[in-house]
Design a protein around this ligand. Structure first.
Ligand code: KG4
Ligand code: ZN
Length: 334
């Protein structure tokens, strides 16, 4: 049995979690409000906020888990990819903590952590995927279809050749002045809109790859033309616009995922990353799974967006292999 303290600070959320083997004991997240007024994450401000948050967040994670610092067996941390200044805070903290307690360090790749979040036991003993399975990883920075043969054996079957899906959704929200991050807002407003009100074409991309920069541009041009006739076009059609652009992006994601599933013959499918919180994507995947009789794995909301519990589970699997990190390891941005 082992107690893992996990740290995540790759973007704008400071998070710490405590795991007892693959069971979650606590998962604390301090989100940074400071970026909202800028419509995106400001790296310098993110590093500063991580610096302010890290100690209280770790303290809360340990207290809520009823774990004394001395009971920690290893410290797992996100090494990358992410914002360097942000990563530096978590990495330095993890090293200091591990050094002080003379316990091993485990480095974790943020993308692998998102995928491995499916293996966190939450208490209700819900099923976890068996290998092989296919996972659509969709976040603010990444969009990939992955074939998993083992915990750390992930083959990239396809990925975006330009923008990430979350980035496209966030940009559409920004154009409509809906604030940052736009994903949750579009998801909420879309519920009151008609998803067939407007049509935005998705590009033809080979294989299982995606492309989202054209979607964003055509959305922008479409609005520019409509705003000429009606300066209040966005306000008048807000819900329909959200529902239509969400449909365009999500259905494109699902279409390629379905293709990859059918071609490989794999029968278990998962989604992970911030965009996997999207209700159309979750619903669409459930229906797709029913149609094909696939087992579908959808993470709970708290494990979709950035969190340290997923870093903890990835760290736990590496801890079992005694795959420890050297104290001198620097973070990596990409
Ligand atoms: O995984 P994540 O927290 O951070 C990265 O590693 O990038 O993902 C953040 C992304 C943002 O683009 C955000 O708008 C999107 O996830 N997101 C959503 C929803 N909740 C978060 N997108 C669509 N629908 C949602 N409900
Ligand atoms: Zn993430």
């Amino acid at each position: 049995m082992s107690i893992i303290l996990a740290i995540e600070s790759s973007c704008d959320d400071t998070s710490a979690a405590v795991l007892h083997d693959d069971r979650i004991l606590s998962n604390e997240i301090a989100s940074q409000k400071v970026h909202e007024q800028y419509g995106g994450v400001v790296p310098e401000l993110a590093s500063r906020a991580h610096q302010q948050n890290i100690i209280p967040v770790v303290d809360a994670a340990l207290r809520n888990a009823s774990v004394e610092p001395g009971a920690v067996d290893a410290v797992a941390f996100t090494r990358g990819p992410g914002l360097l200044g942000s990563l530096m805070v978590g990495v330095s903290f993890a090293k200091g903590f591990a050094q002080a307690l003379q316990v091993p360090l485990v480095e974790v790749n943020h993308l692998q952590a998102h995928v491995l979040s499916h293996f966190i036991r939450t208490g209700d003993d819900s099923a976890v995927p068996a290998f092989p399975f296919i996972c659509l990883l969709v976040s603010g920075g990444h969009t990939q279809i992955l074939l998993l043969r083992d915990y750390f054996d992930m083959e990239v079957l396809g990925q975006t050749i330009d923008d990430a899906a979350g980035e496209a959704i966030d940009k559409a929200a920004k154009i409509m002045d809906l604030g940052y991050p736009g994903g949750p807002v579009i998801d909420r407003l879309a519920r009151e809109g008609r998803d067939d009100a407007f049509h935005f074409a998705t590009p033809t991309v080979a294989g299982y790859d995606y492309s989202f920069s054209g979607v964003k541009t055509s959305f922008l041009y479409f609005l520019r033309d409509r705003l000429r006739e009606d300066p209040q076009f966005i306000e008048h059609h807000q819900a329909d616009l959200c529902a239509s652009i969400q449909r365009c992006i999500v259905d494109f994601l699902l279409k390629k995922l379905e293709r990859a599933m059918l071609d490989t013959g794999v029968r278990q499918v998962a989604i992970a990353g911030g965009v996997s919180a999207n209700s159309r994507l979750r619903e669409g995947l459930i229906q797709m799974g029913r149609r094909h009789k696939w087992d579908v794995f959808i993470p709970p909301f708290s494990f979709c967006t950035d969190n340290a519990a997923m870093v903890g589970i990835a760290g736990y699997f590496k801890y079992l292999k005694r795959d420890f990190a050297d104290i001198s390891l620097p973070p990596y941005a990409r």
